[in-house]
Write a protein that binds this ligand. Structure first.
Ligand code: CP
Ligand code: NVA
Length: 308
């Protein structure tokens, strides 16, 4: 296509090499420290990020929009309700036009195919800000948070408790990119796609019993039982996932230095007990803040091609 130039995209964690990911996370922690010292930065001066949201968001929207502003650029919030995308303009046409006017495009949508189709027609970097299948930006923040507390995650054991959803799928990719072992505790019928677990079977294991799965683990992670788009299944899911809650007694069987993460929003009393977010092992608030720093590093990398 005449409009198209090679652009790096971030649709899954596999779009960056292991080295690039490590470098990006080092940079993200540096940006966090510099931000905390009150230093200003304008590496993305005059640059514009288009943000297409077809699902709700708090963290993703605030972190991308604030992140662009803090780097000297700006961000446009585009909801599918108000753009021609929501009225059926082809994704490819939208991609050609939007990418001709901005420096990068962030998309949160349902089908993963939508971000792939958009990226294939886009002349600028496209970032997956959550699809039904993957949430790679959250994994950048989670991995940054782990490193800031514990250093390298290589060889550690991570236990996922709950639904084999978009977050779980991104943890599988992370297991392979960062070299950790992943135990997934989920009820029957709620596993991640078998082709994904099969591809990474040396690192990923399905363990039905949450207590068995949590034993000796270094990191316990969970997410809501019903994701956006699954609201109709809420009641069936509450029944199926009843025993898949992270609470202080489950933390007891994990390693004594284990951490607890949750991408948020959390449903207290469902996938986490009332007291879990404030548990001494919980790093959820730093994890949420790190969305800002990790994505600033990602934006600099994709837009300028540099990380320093
Ligand atoms: N964790 C996360 O992506 O949060 P939001 O849905 O609020 O963006
Ligand atoms: N699995 C959740 C994550 C929200 C950040 C969802 O897709 O709704």
């Amino acid at each position: 296509m005449a409009h198209k130039m090679a652009a790096r995209h971030f649709l899954t964690l596999n779009d960056l090499s292991g080295d690039e990911l490590e470098h990006l996370l080092d940079h993200a922690s540096g940006l966090r420290q510099s931000w905390q010292r009150g230093e200003t930065r304008d590496t993305l001066k005059n640059r514009v990020l288009a943000m297409i949201f077809e699902k709700s968001s708090t963290r993703t929207r605030v972190s991308f929009e604030a992140g662009m502003a803090q780097l000297g650029g700006s961000a446009l919030f585009l909801s599918s309700r108000d753009t021609q995308l929501g009225r059926g303009e082809p994704i490819e046409d939208s991609a050609i036009v939007i990418s001709s006017m901005v420096d990068a495009v962030m998309i949160r949508t349902f089908a993963h195919k939508t971000v792939e189709t958009f990226a294939a027609a886009s002349s600028k970097p496209v970032i997956n800000a959550l699809t039904d299948d993957f949430h790679p930006c959250q994994l950048l923040a989670d991995m940054q948070t782990w490193r800031e507390h514990r250093g390298s995650i290589r060889g550690a054991t991570v236990t996922w408790i709950g639904d084999g959803n978009n977050m779980c799928n991104s943890y599988i990719n992370a297991a392979s990119q960062f070299g950790f072992n992943l135990r997934i505790a989920c009820p029957e019928g709620y596993e991640p796609p078998s082709e994904l677990t099969e591809r990474h079977k040396t690192l990923v294991e399905i363990v039905r019993d949450p207590v068995e799965a949590a034993k000796g683990a270094n990191l316990l992670v969970t997410d809501v039982w019903a994701s956006m788009g699954q609201e109709d299944e809420q009641n069936a899911r509450i029944k199926a996932f009843r025993n898949y809650q992270i609470n202080p007694s489950l933390m007891q069987v994990a390693d004594r230095d284990a951490l607890f993460m949750h991408c948020l929003p959390a449903h207290r009393g469902e996938e986490v007990s009332e007291d879990m977010l404030e548990h001494p092992a919980s790093v959820v608030w730093q994890e949420a803040e790190n969305r800002l720093h990790a994505q600033k590093a990602l934006l600099e990398f994709l837009i300028t091609g540099q990380l320093d």
